[in-house]
Ligand binder design. Structure first.
Ligand code: NDP
Length: 295
């Protein structure tokens, strides 16, 4: 069994991005710039935004964080997005989700200029992804495809089962892996809570991708001997043996599944570090005008 070291792969990709940023910076006179809007005080969102800021700085990109209070109205948030959309010195814009309940998330996603939508959530970019046009691919699915490629895992003709159909992970990764392109060409089955005999369906998978948000729900009986298992889930569970008082667990019961697999991603250190790579790659693309050429 091989453990897919997401941290190591992400570090290599960061070094590649950093050298490209350095070259472009001297050419264009400024670095790519990612802006993030954070509404409210959700501690997990604060952690994600800080880690995105840190990663930008590690690769030589500029970053700005616009922190808005929980009481920000939808109109005020849309105004802030419009302001950043019009700033020529900002290449990529993300609004950290979730936004407070009184704000319509679909309006927020649609308000971001498609050419700055480096999360790849705007309907225009999702549509382009579905059609196989050049686009900003959503960060976590892009990270998963890169993990498979960089680990030398053949995808062509493989049977892939994705468990979970969210708009940010399960659905896009299922589409991306079924496309007729290098690093894809899988035969994909997308599962969810209404799937019957989930364990039997999962056992057909050469590549099993799990994004259910249910801690350690995928156990050994869901996994075919020799399968590749990609665990997207992240859960903090109390653990008095750890200094922090908690341990991180995935959606897969790693201890019993690992011995059945040919490859498996650990939690932490698997898919997690790759998500930021997707965001950095999209910001670099935006800076270069690769998807929407600059006028
Ligand atoms: P969502 O909660 O949005 O979606 C979960 C999906 O899983 C739904 O489609 C749901 O089905 C399905 N599901 C839930 N329980 C079961 C079950 N028992 N059997 C079959 N299907 C089930 O989750 P996300 O996609 O946003 O996230 C999934 C996990 O990945 C979470 O743990 C999250 O923290 C983590 N995550 C990690 C990231 C990273 O960078 N590593 C990035 C993003 C997420 P239905 O549609 O029928 O309700």
């Amino acid at each position: 069994m091989n453990i897919i070291n997401g941290k190591e792969i992400a570090d290599k990709l960061k070094a590649e991005i950093a050298s490209e940023v350095q070259a472009l910076r001297s050419d264009k006179g400024r670095a790519p710039h990612l802006a993030a809007i954070l509404v409210g005080n959700d501690p997990a969102s604060e952690t994600y935004v800080k880690s995105k800021e840190k990663s930008c700085h590690e690769v030589g990109m500029s970053s700005s964080v616009y922190r808005l209070p929980e009481t920000t109205s939808e109109a005020e948030l849309l105004e802030a997005i419009d302001f950043i959309n019009k700033d020529d010195e900002i290449d990529g814009l993300i609004v950290q989700l979730p936004v407070p309940k009184h704000i319509d998330v679909n309006k927020v996603i649609s308000a971001i200029a498609p050419e700055k939508d480096v999360d790849g959530f705007h309907p225009m970019n999702v549509g382009r992804m579905v059609l196989g046009w050049p686009t900003y691919l959503p960060a976590t699915p892009m990270g998963i495809l890169l993990l498979l490629q960089r680990s030398g895992i053949e995808t062509e003709g493989k049977r892939c089962v994705v468990v979970g159909r969210s708009n940010i992970v399960g659905t896009p990764v299922s589409i991306m892996l079924s496309r007729n392109q290098a690093g894809a060409n899988c035969t994909v089955t997308l599962c969810h809570t209404r799937t019957k005999n989930l364990d039997a369906v999962c056992r057909t998978a050469d590549i099993l991708i799990v994004a259910t948000g249910k801690c350690e729900a995928i156990t050994a009986e869901y996994v075919k001997e020799g399968a590749v298992v990609i665990d997207v889930g992240i859960h903090r569970v109390p653990d008095s043996s750890k200094k922090s008082g908690f341990a991180l667990k995935g959606d897969v019961k790693y201890d019993e599944v690992a011995s059945r697999c040919s490859h498996i991603t650990p939690v932490p250190g698997g898919v997690g570090p790759m998500t930021i790579i997707g965001l950095l790659k999209n910001t670099l693309s935006a800076f270069k005008g690769e998807i929407y050429p600059h006028e």
